[in-house]
Design a protein around this ligand. Structure first.
Ligand code: OGA
Ligand code: MN
Length: 233
């Protein structure tokens, strides 16, 4: 009897329908929570395996082809504005309609619970988007949240760039709270992940010499007032 083997794409899709651990999840989450608590940031070089990175890259490519990305802005709601002197990326928010995105959101959920368990942060939910920076794209130094806004508490960035070379620029640079010190210069290599405190770590994306893709996200506190859940974004 002839058997048809699943295509690599079908296998990748099937793999994503079962819970997918981050690479070395248990120890890494421990380390990550620890470093975040102590230093305010953490960088893991290999958090997603290459099959998942490939699936996420394919997903972002499809979304770009379907013209689903839009210019990212700064500020929220009434303060929202697009300023291409500050940032030059295009984004599309993640959702649970697609298995590839859903599997990633499940991982972020486990990361959220791990951070809460170890750091007592009370993180309430995750929001995140794919981001694509064209060649020359950058994001000037900024904070993801302002102290007291009680909103975004922990920032996470996962990179989707295979074959990234040292000279490609496009690094994420993290600074100390008073901006006097550079804490880390992080190359956006496929499968790596950066975590940092949204209210305390100023950071920037250096202009990249080629296309640069990532998922940027935030763990938020529940800023509900009078029982009304603060809507994300
Ligand atoms: C952001 C951001 C960093 C990166 O989207 O707010 O700072 O390395 N991204 O893409
Ligand atoms: Mn940022």
């Amino acid at each position: 009897m002839a058997t048809t083997r699943p295509s690599p794409e079908q296998e990748a899709e099937a793999a994503l329908t079962v819970p997918l651990p981050l690479v070395g999840e248990a120890e890494l989450l421990e380390q990550a929570a620890d470093a975040l608590g102590r230093n305010g940031w953490w960088h893991g070089t290999q958090m997603l395996d290459s099959a998942q990175v490939a699936a996420l890259i394919e997903e972002l490519d499809a979304l770009r082809e379907a013209d689903r990305l839009h210019r990212a802005g700064i500020g929220r709601e009434l303060d929202f504005q697009i300023d291409s002197d500050i940032r030059r990326d295009r984004i599309v928010w993640l959702n649970r309609q697609r298995p590839v995105q859903s599997a990633f959101l499940d991982q972020m959920e486990r990361l959220r619970l791990a951070l809460n368990r170890r750091l007592f942060l009370g993180l309430f939910e995750f929001e995140g988007h794919f981001a694509h920076y064209p060649p020359g794209g950058f994001y000037k130094r900024h904070l993801d949240s302002f102290r007291g806004a009680a909103n975004r508490l922990v920032s996470v960035v996962v990179y989707l760039n295979r074959d990234w070379q040292a000279g490609d620029s496009g690094e994420l640079v993290l600074f100390s709270e008073d901006e006097s010190e550079t804490l880390a210069v992080i190359e956006p290599r496929a499968g790596s992940m950066a975590l940092f405190l949204s209210e305390e770590i100023p950071h920037e994306v250096r202009p990249a010499h080629k296309d640069r893709s990532s998922i940027a996200g935030w763990f938020r506190l529940n800023a509900s007032i009078d029982g009304q859940i603060d809507p994300p974004r």
